[in-house]
Design a protein around this ligand. Structure first.
Ligand code: SER
Length: 604
């Protein structure tokens, strides 16, 4: 079964059980200070898990684009990826454990689903502790569907609890499903989570708690189900091959074979290089090609893209691909990646030229960097054949040299690098995706405090004011909001002058001074667009979206606005009125990346 077929089968299976198919949200999260990228399907759905009504209903199913960068150094083995798709079915206060467990089992073992041999499956449930009780209900449900008791492990919070990654957020016990990836004859009678041949394939989280700022678990407004099934992993299991031999990767690997004249799996280090190139370029294509795409830069998300591309280029050099003479090889790989996903993620086709240019430009820039850095490397003062961690870090910081490159140059000279020392330096300086390792601590949740919500509303006011003062070419390119400040990236070709800043602040403060209302309605996407709403249109036609309007509302039905200040497609949450927002102040205006400016602002 191909990944394309699996994705569709999953969506259809749950659609037949009353779920609405929703499209993947953007990879670049809104209003969430805890992560740089969407790391799990639940991430964009947090407001709805917390109790807001979702525009399409209480049963949803999707495949979500995800990026996790915390395991970037593991990429190169058969299973780790930076970009992957997570399939999920969702109950927002609708069904709970019975349906969730029964349907998962049915999907995995029946002919309507994957037809897996039940003898190769095992599960784990939450054993209970002082915060929450043993999940006896799930335990009994697994017995009922036919899982033998010795295949049901009871495990502690470390294994069978999900979230939150931030200090506060929705969370709950989970039950996990494992598949025996070894030979049929060797499958053990009982399930032991320490045996690596048992591979986790599905995680059903029963989100019913909210972890508050004191670390206590309160009941959420509603009981939710959040499940996650890794598309790459399950495809590889169904086909008895490694992830890179599935239809999600094989065309890329074949292209790299052609370009390098080497064979996948012919040698350990060749295989590793090919996997890194395939994984990293794919992730870069998705991040740049996202509806809210970002280009390579030295900060935040843009920095991750830069790092992915540079690492891929270093590996391509190792395979003997002519990286110095032209970047045509990159264009070819980008084309292959886009082809694999074109039918599911049309944004990649729409943004193909933009993606290709961003990637080849970065490659050219890196080429110059390499030449300069090489000169610096030769000046290093190396004692005992060990390149100091600090030096590796400085090369990295000032010249964009990935540690692999320093290592390679060191090897050529018969030296080693102090990798631990480099990492300690790096940790001090760079905060990448702040989630802990995948599989252990699986995502990041927004902080839903009052102060954050107010700043989120202020971000809408800012965008409206920017468009009034600078023009309609201004679009949001990303935002990051903590309880202390908002950070807002937007498209604009030049510096915003002090006079313009003052005008923007005044407009926002005027709106606040009028105590305008903030109201949302749910509209089909087309209607939202034609009503003049700004925002990221990453939904499909016909899908209903939330539109937040800030204005004066005379509260007649149908609702009539006397004065509209801002109208934006957005998932929320927002304040109901601007009356308590205080005074808006821009504290900084700077360049973010080419054609993108960044504003930091506070409410006083
Ligand atoms: N949020 C859970 C995970 O990431 C289930 O979707 O595994």
């Amino acid at each position: 079964m191909t990944a394309q077929e699996l994705r569709q089968k999953y969506l259809d299976f749950f659609a037949r059980r009353g779920h609405q198919i929703i499209s993947s949200a953007s990879l670049l999260p809104e209003n969430d200070p805890t992560v740089l990228f969407t790391t799990a399907g639940m991430h964009p759905l947090v407001p709805y898990l917390m109790g807001d009504a979702h525009p399409v209903g209480t049963r949803l199913v999707n495949a979500q684009k995800c990026v996790r960068t915390d395991d970037i150094d593991e990429v190169g083995d058969a299973t780790h990826h930076t970009f992957f798709e997570m399939m999920g079915n969702w109950s927002l206060g609708d069904y709970f454990k019975t349906e969730s467990i029964t349907w998962s089992w049915e999907f995995l073992t029946s002919a309507e689903g994957l037809n897996l041999n039940p003898k190769l499956l095992a599960v784990s449930v939450f054993a209970g502790d002082s915060d929450a009780p043993f999940d006896e209900e799930s335990y009994n449900l697994w017995l009922q569907v036919g899982v033998p008791a010795e295949r049901i492990a009871k495990l502690p919070k470390k294994n069978n609890w999900w979230g939150p990654a931030g200090q506060t957020g929705p969370c709950g016990a989970d039950t996990e499903i494992f598949y025996w990836s070894g030979n049929l004859e060797d499958v053990p009678a009982s399930f032991n989570d320490d045996n690596d041949l048992w591979v986790e394939i599905w995680n059903n989280v029963f989100m019913q708690y909210f972890k508050n700022i004191d670390g206590n678990f309160e009941a959420l407004k509603q009981k939710n189900v959040d499940t996650g099934l890794g598309l790459e992993r399950v495809t590889s299991i169904l086909n008895h091959c490694d992830n890179y031999q599935t239809d999600l990767f094989l065309p890329i690997i074949n292209k790299i074979e052609d370009l390098s004249n080497e064979k996948y799996l012919s040698d350990k280090s060749i295989t590793r290089s090919m996997r890194i190139i395939a994984d990293h370029i794919k992730a870069a294509v998705f991040i740049i090609g996202d509806p809210k795409g970002v280009t390579p830069s030295n900060v935040g998300q843009g920095y991750v893209v830069r790092r992915l591309l540079r690492r891929a280029i270093v590996q391509a050099g190792r395979l003997g691909i002519a990286i110095k003479t032209s970047s045509a090889w990159l264009e070819e790989i980008v084309g292959v990646v886009i082809n694999i996903y074109a039918s599911v993620y049309p944004e990649l086709i729409e943004n193909k030229i933009f993606i290709t240019q961003a990637i080849t430009q970065e490659a050219d820039k890196f080429q110059r960097t390499l030449e300069n850095g090489l000169k610096e490397f030769d000046k290093l003062n190396v004692e005992n054949n060990l390149v100091r961690g600090n030096d590796v870090f400085n090369l990295f910081q000032s010249y964009g040299f990935p540690w692999e490159l320093s290592e390679e140059l060191a090897l050529e000279r018969g030296w080693k690098i102090d990798r631990a020392g480099f990492e300690a330096e790096l940790e001090k300086h760079q905060a990448l995706s702040r989630t802990a390792s995948a599989g252990k601590f699986k995502g990041g949740l927004a902080d839903n405090s009052e102060a954050t919500t107010q700043l989120h509303t202020a971000a809408h006011l800012l965008l409206a004011a920017l468009r009034q003062v600078l023009g309609d070419h201004v679009n949001q390119k990303g935002s990051n909001i903590t309880a202390e400040r908002l950070r807002f990236d937007f498209s604009h070709p030049e510096k915003v002058s002090p006079e313009q800043i003052a005008k923007i602040e005044n407009l926002v403060n005027e709106a606040i001074g009028k105590s305008l209302d903030v109201v949302y309605e749910e509209l089909p996407l087309e209607e939202a667009k034609s009503s003049g709403a700004t925002g990221v249109f990453d939904s499909k036609y016909g899908e209903r979206v939330k539109v937040y309007t800030v204005g004066r509302n005379n509260d007649k039905i149908p609702r009539e606005w006397d004065d509209i200040f801002s109208r934006e497609i957005c998932g929320g949450p927002h304040v109901d009125s601007l009356k308590d927002l205080g005074s808006f102040k821009i504290t900084k205006e700077e360049a973010s990346s080419a054609g993108v400016r960044r504003i930091k602002a506070i409410l006083e």
